[in-house]
Design a protein around this ligand. Structure first.
Ligand code: AMP
Ligand code: ZN
Length: 113
């Protein structure tokens, strides 16, 4: 049985506040927002993280980036925003399904870590 939280959200088994959806991707609001705009963009297919990608699956990241750009424009983030993906324990990844944080709506701190 797939016990992955974001797979369940992608399947509609756990509710989310959807921002965008197509056949491959889903974007929804982060349940614990770190900024006025905090949206998670995920592939519907399960990959643990960037580390699980290969030459065949890597194009999903390009799709996610273009989707992030469109969502950012729709959200009015004309002055900039940040896209983050955490990988593994030291990267602070808590949900082991590839996801990108789209964060903005405020002047973000300069510190990266
Ligand atoms: P990360 O720490 O990079 O793995 O990010 C996981 C993110 O998922 C965190 O920002 C959480 O707030 C968010 N999150 C956890 N559960 C949910 C949920 N049910 N719906 C929306 N966001 C969630
Ligand atoms: Zn998953």
């Amino acid at each position: 049985m797939n016990d992955c939280l974001f797979c369940k959200i992608a399947a509609g088994e756990i509710p989310s506040t959807k921002v965008y959806e197509d056949d491959k991707l889903l974007a929804f609001k982060d349940i614990n927002p770190q900024a006025p705009v905090h949206i998670l963009i995920i592939p519907k297919a399960h990959y643990d993280s960037v580390n699980a990608l290969d030459e065949t699956s890597a194009p999903v990241v390009g799709d996610i980036m273009l989707t992030a750009k469109r969502i950012a424009a729709e959200q009015g983030l004309d002055n900039g925003y940040r896209i983050i993906t955490n990988i593994g324990e030291d990267g602070g990844q808590t949900v082991k399904h590839l996801h990108f944080h789209l964060i903005g709506g405020v002047k973000l701190g300069e510190k990266m870590c």
